[in-house]
Design a protein around this ligand. Structure first.
Ligand SMILES: [Zn+2]
Ligand SMILES: [Zn+2]
Length: 145
């Protein structure tokens, strides 16, 4: 195994401190409507982690849980500074936007966290020109050709 990093992420005000261990389960750019709705962004570039890889060391009271009204998804933000700190997908995995890691590394996303695929490309708002595989829906389904 290559050196698996440990990352510590703090929200803007420092009330929420997350320690993330090991390598992500998935690294993707997601174009689905659910992410667009939940994260308020045309596409979501993020990594997904098993819950046991992520520990909260800050103030537990600071974490504000927003459950999506229709889907089994959550968005967590800081009650004090309002920063979106992570989400939870319908598989129970912790979803962390790449921007959080990039900020922690002076604006540069570590290569080991870089996206490896597009998901739900069939729902995209605009075409993307890159060399990554583009799954029309989930990564167990067909690719965009
Ligand atoms: Zn905060
Ligand atoms: Zn999505």
């Amino acid at each position: 195994m290559p050196d698996a990093g440990t990352e510590t992420l703090r929200c803007d005000c420092g009330a929420i401190v997350m320690t993330i261990q090991g390598d992500p389960v998935a690294r993707a750019i997601c174009h689905c409507h659910a992410c667009r709705d939940l994260y308020g962004s045309t596409l979501l570039t993020a990594t997904a982690w098993q819950p046991e890889q992520v520990t909260h060391d800050g103030d537990p009271e600071a974490l504000l849980d927003y459950p999506h009204p229709l889907r089994a998804m959550h968005r967590y933000s800081c009650r004090h500074c309002g920063e979106l700190v992570h989400g939870q997908n319908r598989l129970g995995m912790i979803v962390i936007p790449n921007a959080r890691f990039a900020r922690h590394h002076a604006g540069q996303l570590p290569e080991r966290l870089a996206p490896t695929m597009h998901l739900f490309y069939a729902s995209r708002a605009f075409d993307i020109v890159d060399a990554l595989p583009k799954y029309l829906e989930g990564w167990d389904g067909p690719l965009y050709a």
